[in-house]
Design a protein around this ligand. Structure first.
Ligand code: SF4
Ligand code: FES
Length: 249
């Protein structure tokens, strides 16, 4: 309903969704589902409606429904975003193609394996649990207090999927991992030597081609592409300083 109490606009939209079930729907294929959407409906709403009314085997991930957990990222008409914030009307098409994120192993339908994404944070010790998540009444497992994450980032994987370099190699640290490294450097969370040892490689900052697709895709304004460029500048300054330092000795 619109704010003046009248019926809002509706339209019929075909959702062409990638399907994959190892051993059952294999190789992947697209299935098309036609549903009526209203002007407030998101792509995630549409998937939930399709699952409830047409195909209960449809698999996708979500949790919060309000752009904070990062679990629902996928592609709609070729663009990465959180499916809980993609308004179907805004796509301005009667045909919406829904794909899982790229550059990550496909598990089933729209679900990808995020372990390969999380591993990109691991060399800097940024994994799994935020310090603020420790419950006071519980004893955390040994060593876990050193684990931190990059809190500006909802770890959705959209940047990795949008990155043209990450689409060609699984070894590139990738936009979110490099943005997290920049933050670790500038906040002093990790020693400069450790950060630069991690990123100064052909699979680190130097692999980025500056396409900036990651920053365009990021739903959380992290600007990972900008952070990669800033990290490069800091790395160059670090190296120059080391060269001048050794000449003065
Ligand atoms: S940097 Fe942005 S796009 Fe990449 S994982 Fe974090 S929130 Fe998602
Ligand atoms: S469901 Fe949590 S970000 Fe979309």
């Amino acid at each position: 309903m619109s704010t003046n109490g009248t019926e809002g606009a509706k339209r019929r939209v075909n959702f062409k969704i990638l399907r994959y079930k190892p051993g059952f729907i294999d190789p992947p294929r697209y299935d098309t589902f036609a549903i009526e959407v209203d002007e407030r409906m998101t792509v995630l709403d549409a998937l939930e409606h399709i699952k409830a009314t047409q195909d209960s085997t449809l698999l996708y991930r979500h949790s919060c429904h309000h752009a904070s957990c990062g679990t629902c990222a996928m592609k709609a008409n070729g663009r990465e975003d959180l499916s809980c914030v993609i308004n179907v009307f805004d796509l301005d098409s009667d045909n919406v193609v829904v794909d899982p994120l790229g550059s990550l192993p496909l598990i089933a339908d729209l679900v990808v394996d995020m372990a390969a994404f999380a591993e990109r944070f691991a060399p800097l010790g940024m994994t799994l649990v935020r310090e603020s998540e420790f419950a006071k009444e519980c004893e955390p497992p040994a060593g876990i207090e050193q684990y931190t994450r990059y809190e500006d980032c909802v770890e959705c994987g959209a940047c990795l999927s949008a990155c043209p370099v990450a689409n060609t190699t699984p070894f590139f640290i990738g936009p979110a991992g490099l943005a997290a490294a920049y933050r670790a450097l500038t906040t002093g969370d990790r020693p400069a030597k450790q950060v630069f040892a991690h990123v100064d490689s052909s699979e680190g900052v130097w692999r980025c081609h500056g396409a900036m697709e990651c920053s365009a895709a990021c739903p959380s304004d992290v600007d990972p592409g900008g952070k990669i460029m800033a990290l490069r500048r800091e790395l160059v300054k670090y190296k120059v300083k080391r060269i001048f330092g050794s000449r003065e000795e």
